[in-house]
Write a protein that binds this ligand. Structure first.
Ligand SMILES: Nc1nc2c(ncn2[C@@H]2O[C@H](COP(=O)(O)O[C@H]3[C@@H](O)[C@H](n4cnc5c(=O)[nH]c(N)nc54)O[C@@H]3COP(=O)(O)O)[C@@H](O)[C@H]2O)c(=O)[nH]1
Length: 746
């Protein structure tokens, strides 16, 4: 069982302060009420403002507030009656306040700022009537018991007391409770003028109607003059405006009665007082309910607006809001001769975190980044989430060269700082592309495209941020031409495969073929995969391209087999994007089935970096492929960041040493060491090892001596068209007699 702890000093100090302030406010309001509206026996007021103070004190501060009410009531009542009576009345007041404050808090949902109709109803129609009834009954019973009120007078006083307390709650509590929602008030000049006219109108009309022609009674003034103005305020100035208007209207009617008749009770009958109380209750309820209904509607409009214009995950403006904002910013920049810098921000390796740690962590990362971007910017800068891991910032500034650089550096630094999510520390980088109005474009879409291109450049160069330049546009144009050409290349049958043999160093036999894509446009010439594979990767065309390559390689192998040529296994390259395609296995199975290809004769080459991107996923994928009989080669080995522990568990068959090491193996001692180390590592893991990019007899000899199993490279042959490749199937390359076969395609 937890041990009870003593309250700390600052808690005691706070409670004492609340008790003191609540007592003071209650006492002052009580004293003023008796002065303005003291009615029955000098104790019962027609409007008991102190009840409003009590309700708020209890609602906001609980027990401390109620204790303040008790003390404040004692201070008021002990001035007008004996101590015993004052004590009874004060206890009644405190009990009433406790009920009025306690009930709504325990009838959730309740908004203490009275901006929902249900909250107003709970407070004004349930809690306040009950609380006021308790204090009125306790008070009147005490006065009767003390002999101050006889039976008849007590019954009449009960009504006056209850309505007086209720009015006090309706006039004061909304004013104090809604004070924190000043933001709902319109702030423009016309609205202020309208409010002033309204207040002056209330004053003037009340005075005129009460004193001239056929003077109206106070209750009639409330219903015919003040109620409409309160409703006006409720319609125009939200709950806060309505609360102020209700309070002012009460002050005006009480004040004018005081000035005109020398006080509420002096020139009015009991019926008049009753009518005034009821009319004021009607006015207050009307104002509160109308304003709450309108505010509630405004909130739902704001919510809809928020949903339409903001990203629900980060709370930042979304793409559509961003486009609107940028459009307005550009129009303003044109008028005021300003510059606009657009920063396009893309997170580095976010996909990796999302894939490996799950979407919840990914979402959390996006929230952290959004918060950091927002924190770094000034109030008049603008940041939005465009979608995924892309954000955009709009800065407006006087014409200066490279004005956004400082902000870009600041944002990169802020985003790059590590942070903790679900007990783990993460660090994420970002790349930023910047375009500037009017230099790089004059419309939102162009600027966004240019900033995107610059971001891509920053990503490739790992430079953090880059400005847009015309050269980037040229490159983008070329890529677009390549993209549309590649789309047509499928239909026009312009794609072909070249096959490069792999030779077993021990036997000199061709033991494998690597299928490499070629694009032979009808217009002539050849487009190399170095040019079109990256474009296909970016545009997603790599998936259909990869499928085409797989199918074409399988069909060719079957054609060779059917021609009795005894083809060796054929390998195809899987790009990183293809490798993450959820349908890859399904596609491969379908191709194997449709072409009749033997799965054991198909090899897949996956680059080391793609394989290590998400080891857990890679593991499952490779395992599934191997179970179907395929063989897996890790391509370009040595260039990625292999984790040896993971490599050991990875379901693979061979490593291919990257040609960059092979290239300098005879000149560079380090490369020679690396090549030998990879060969030893592969054998230690029971994997075959293939050296790619072998161009000379000497390199081949070095590799053979080091224990390498297979070689591939120009020393044997460049990638060849199918008929030339098949001519090598039966050939045996004797050691020292390796010679390049002249290619037909290249
Ligand atoms: N996802 C896919 N990627 C593909 C496909 N087809 C090719 N590619 C990739 O494109 C890159 C360039 O390929 P390519 O121009 O065909 O170059 C290959 C060989 O011609 C070249 N090579 C082979 N031997 C030598 C050599 O002795 N010297 C030398 N300078 N170059 C040589 O190497 C390329 C094969 O490399 P690798 O795949 O790493 O074994 C390239 O990255 C291809 O992978 C495709 O269908 N899908």
């Amino acid at each position: 069982m937890p041990r009870p702890t003593l309250p700390r000093f600052h808690e005691i100090r706070r409670a004492a302060l609340i008790v003191g302030l609540a007592a003071l406010a209650y006492a002052l309001a009580g004293w003023a009420s008796l002065k303005i509206a003291g009615y029955v026996a000098g104790v019962v007021a027609a409007v008991w403002l102190a009840a409003g103070i009590g309700a708020v004190a209890s609602l906001r501060f609980g027990v401390a507030g109620v204790a303040g009410v008790l003390l404040g009531a004692l201070a008021v009542y002990s001035r007008v009656m004996p101590a015993e009576g004052a004590a009874f009345l004060s206890l009644g007041a405190a009990a009433g306040a406790a009920i009025t404050g306690y009930l709504p808090r325990h009838l959730p949902p309740f908004s203490a700022t009275l901006d929902y109709v249900s909250s107003v109803a709970k407070f004004t129609l349930v809690a306040a009537p009950l609380g006021c009834a308790v204090s009125a009954m306790a008070g009147v019973a005490s006065l009767h018991y003390l002999g101050i009120l006889d039976g008849d007078a007590a019954l009449r006083a009960l009504w006056v007391w209850w309505l007086g307390d209720l009015l006090g709650v309706y006039l004061i509590a909304p004013l104090l409770l809604t004070a924190s929602r000043w933001d709902l008030l319109p702030t423009h000049k016309a609205a202020r003028l309208e409010a002033l006219v309204l207040v002056l109108g209330m004053l003037l009309l009340t005075r005129v109607m009460m004193e001239y022609a056929e003077p109206l009674r106070p209750a009639e003034i409330v219903l015919f003059v003040l109620l409409p103005t309160v409703l006006w305020a409720a319609l125009r100035f939200s709950v806060t405006g309505a609360s102020v208007a209700i309070f002012l209207a009460a002050l005006i009617v009480l004040g004018v009665s005081l000035v005109s008749f020398g006080g509420l009770t002096a020139a009015t009958t009991a019926r008049d007082v009753f009518a005034l109380q009821v009319s004021m209750v009607t006015m207050a309820l009307g104002g509160l309910f109308v304003s709450a209904a309108l505010t509630e509607r405004r909130y739902s409009e704001m919510r809809l607006d928020m949903l339409a214009n903001h990203d629900p995950l980060t709370g930042l403006p979304n793409r559509s809001y961003f486009q609107d904002f940028l459009g307005h910013a550009l129009a303003r920049a044109q008028r005021e001769k300003l510059q606009v810098s657009l920063l396009f921000i893309d997170l580095d390796r976010f996909k990796h975190i999302n894939d490996s740690q799950g979407h919840e962590v990914g979402d959390q990362v996006l929230r952290v980044v959004a918060g950091r971007l927002d924190e770094q910017l000034r109030a008049d800068d603008f940041v939005a989430r465009l979608g995924g891991d892309e954000f955009a910032v709009v800065l407006m500034h006087p014409t200066t060269s490279r004005a956004a650089s400082r902000v870009a550096r600041k944002l990169l630094k802020a985003v790059g700082e590590s942070f903790k999510v679900a007990q783990r520390r993460y660090a994420i980088g970002a790349s930023i592309g910047i375009s500037v109005y009017p230099d790089d474009g004059t419309d939102a879409n162009t600027l966004l495209r240019q900033a995107d291109l610059a971001m891509y450049q920053a990503k490739q160069r790992r430079s953090g941020f880059e400005y847009f330049s015309d050269e980037l546009n040229t490159v983008a144009q070329q890529q677009m031409t390549l993209e549309s050409g590649l789309r047509q290349a499928f239909e026009r049958k312009e794609l072909a495969l070249a096959y490069q043999p792999k030779v077993d160093l021990a036997s000199g036999r061709v033991v494998g073929l690597e299928a490499l894509a070629r694009w032979l446009p009808r217009s002539g010439g050849i487009i190399w995969p170095d040019q079109f594979v990256p474009v296909a990767e970016e545009t997603g065309l790599i998936v259909p391209l990869g499928r085409w390559v797989l199918r074409a390689a399988c069909e060719q192998w079957i054609a060779w087999r059917d021609a009795g040529l005894n083809p060796p296994p054929v390998a195809v390259n899987l790009s990183p994007r293809q490798f993450t395609d959820a349908r890859l296995i399904e596609d491969i199975e379908a191709i194997l089935q449709e072409t009749g290809m033997d799965a054991g004769q198909l090899q897949l080459e996956v680059t080391e970096s793609a394989a290590m991107e998400n080891p857990a996923r890679t593991f499952d994928m490779l395992d599934a492929l191997r179970q179907r009989g395929l063989h897996i080669y890790i391509d370009d080995f040595g260039t990625g960041h292999s984790n040896l522990g993971q490599l050991k568990r990875m379901p693979i068959d061979a490593l291919k040493i990257d040609k960059s090491f092979v290239n300098d193996v005879l000149r560079d001692g380090d490369d020679a060491e690396i090549v030998n180390a990879i060969i030893r590592l592969a054998h230690a893991l029971n994997l075959r090892v293939v050296a790619e990019g072998v161009e000379t007899q000497e390199q081949a000899a070095f590799l053979k001596q080091g224990g390498c199993d297979e070689i591939q490279g120009y020393v044997i042959a460049k990638p060849l068209p199918p008929d030339q490749a098949s001519a090598l199937f039966a050939r045996q390359f004797a050691p020292g007699e390796l010679e390049g076969v002249p290619p037909e395609l290249e």
